[in-house]
Design a protein around this ligand. Sequence first.
Ligand code: LLP
Length: 431
Amino acid sequence: YGTTGVNNNGHLEIGGVDSLELAKNFGTPLYVYDVALIRERARGFKQAFEEQQVRAQVAYASKAFSTVAMVQLAEEEGLSLDVVSGGELYTAITAGFPAERIHFHGNNKSREELEMALEHQIGCIVIDNFHEIELLKDICSEKSTKVNILLRVTPGIEAHTHDYILTGQEDSKFGFDLQNGQAEEALAEVLPYDYFNVLGLHCHIGSQIFETTGFLLAARKIVEKMTEWKQKLAFEAEVLNLGGGFGIRYTNEDEPIPPAQYVSAIIKEVKLLIDQNSLQMPEIWIEPGRSLVGDAGITLYKIGSSKDVPEVRKYLAVDGGMSDNIRPALYQAKYEAVLANKPLAQTSDTVSIAGKCCESGDMLIWDLPLPEAGKDDLLAVFCTGAYGYSMANNYNRIPRPAVVFVENGNATLVVKRESYEDLIKLDLPLK
Ligand code: LLP
């Protein structure tokens, strides 16, 4: 997929660059991103909206993978940007991302974070709770600054990938509940306030979703309320943000649908509901994270030690693990991998890929079919582009890997490998 394939040397090649060269030049573990594939994914979403002829914004959920270069790539592709912390906002601003296309999320934004957002005049703040309404009112009146806001509502739908649970009162830390009157109360509170320009509503129903049903249910619930609120509060949303969560293929067990299919299903449903209720068609915003960068990322590891548990399994250990990819340990997430130095070799057995952290749970892949492999072979784990680097940590004081972008035969280092010095940079001696 993407620009990943096997070259004439029989090696895995990404973006026209031999993976063995990448490992040699930048070391391992190494996060490699196929830039062309990120562009393709971004254009896929944007074109889908263009085909439906609706006003839209596709905001990249930068929590999936936030670095200066990635933010700049999102800018190049005309995406908007979703940030959820002062750190992600700082990264975006430093990268020169247009502030008016930044949306700020989060269930506990601090005064400092909100002030920073206002100072840079970002596109909008997605208000999550009553505390935040008060805090933001306070800051806006103090600074006499007007701000665009969306209200995050909880439609009472939980998407569990394949099935959807409709709960009367959703138990979630995010947003104003749509069913129990909270959302209406919040709206009634923000609407009259002069410093707020209430653009519309936001919801996010979950992540790694493979069907359109959940999005349609959410849209239906929100539009029902919009109809009520037009009567009661004279409020008409200019923006309806339906969040992210579009699933990708990590292994054969996953069956995602193309981005355009989500978009067209959502638009059709919203248009229908809007017409039925004689509302104005809002601008539709979405916030994909994983589906923009997930399958564009590959992690290269060097294999080191191995261990046989006779008649049970064989372990192969790599030079990274839960420090650069915590998803298997945290979510039992599954991945596929090949030997980058001989991707086409006949698979001989199944092996389990262990990380190097001092923890039995630090396993990257269980029972992976692989050719005969051992010390110094290079393992390429696919689909690590989302929530890999962004959730990387220094457990066991393991430095975080470097990140390289590859495109058209060129490799560009976009995040340096952490050094031991970096690791103790913030430490202070006892005396
Ligand atoms: N918008 C909001 C408000 C979100 O909370 C999220 C993800 C997204 C958009 C992007 O969702 P995506 O398109 O990437 O599914 N660490 C987990 C995923 C947590 C997602 C949290 N929110 C993982 O590694 O699977």
